[in-house]
Design a binder for this molecule. Structure first.
Ligand code: ZN
Ligand code: ZN
Length: 282
């Protein structure tokens, strides 16, 4: 079918709309009409080739939309279903068998190769093939070809656009707290960086019953949002010393759990330094 997609032609280039041909779905594949897509730092890292994937390619990995067609072997979704797309995985390796598909042995092959595992791409144009299946979807397009393993059916009464970031940013932040840290009720959690991953971590900490939930950022607007979604305290690192603020807040003890969402070495160092005895950072 003919689709329109935002193509990344070369390293650092602007996303450019182009008309492409999308393959018909193979047995385990699902064609989804995109309604919304988030944009994540990983899209930009690949565009800038800091995270390798062959170009030209269609990026985008926080897609949400409506199923338009499915392959012969697909059983759990059908045309008309509302779905959110997430990363793809093999389903057959030891990690997938343990229910931990985000650690799939073949994660790179299924998400960053720009090709199906058989070496083909589902995206084509007159001048040649375009790499696709980014995170098993390539969502920056009117339609995406996903796999039945990475489409999740959602309630059709819920608006699709705000659901899109569930596929990456939201589950990264919430999963870090709920699956990796597993804080007990009453804990103190400090989240460094209040972007979508950090705000999701804040919300998860609230859901987990943490009673002191701190968001640290340098952007006042983000910190306001952190308060709206449940942070009990916020701290702007440009206004005063973060370590002193946290020491005072915890009566000198330090935090039970910290979450770094910035990837900046200095912030990660701080996220470890402000822990108390026996505490954990992710
Ligand atoms: Zn992402
Ligand atoms: Zn696997």
């Amino acid at each position: 079918m003919r689709i329109s997609a935002a193509v990344t032609e070369a390293r650092g280039a602007a996303f450019t709309l182009d008309s492409l041909e999308l393959d018909e779905p193979r047995p385990a594949e699902v064609v989804v009409r995109m309604v919304g897509s988030g944009i994540c730092h990983t899209d930009l890292a690949v565009r800038d080739q800091k995270r390798h994937m062959p170009l030209p390619a269609v990026l985008g990995h926080e897609g949400a939309g409506v199923v338009e067609a499915v392959g012969d072997g697909v059983t759990h979704v059908g045309p008309g279903d509302h779905v959110v797309l997430t990363f793809n995985s093999c389903g057959g390796c030891r990690m997938c068998a343990q229910g931990r598909p985000s650690y799939c042995d073949l994660l790179d092959a299924h998400n960053f190769a720009g090709l199906r595992v058989d070496g083909t791409t589902p995206l084509h144009r007159e001048s040649g093939d375009v790499h696709g299946v980014f995170f098993g979807q390539s969502a920056f397009a009117t339609h995406a070809l996903a796999n039945e393993r990475n489409v999740v059916k959602v309630d059709p009464n819920v608006p699709l656009v705000p659901l899109a970031p569930l596929g990456c940013g939201f589950q990264t932040g919430a999963g870090a707290v709920l699956n990796s840290l597993r804080p007990s009720a009453g804990s103190t959690v400090v989240v460094f960086g209040a972007g979508s991953v950090g705000l999701s971590a804040v919300m998860a900490a609230v859901v987990a019953g943490c009673t002191t939930v701190v968001a640290v950022d340098v952007n006042g607007r983000r910190l306001e949002l952190a308060r709206e979604v449940g942070a009990t305290h916020v701290h702007n690192g440009t206004e005063s010393d973060t370590a002193s603020f946290l020491r005072e807040l915890t009566a000198g003890l330090g935090a039970d759990f910290t979450v770094d969402t910035t990837g900046a070495a200095s912030v990660l160092r701080q996220a470890v330094d402000v822990l108390n005895q026996g505490a954990y950072a992710v």
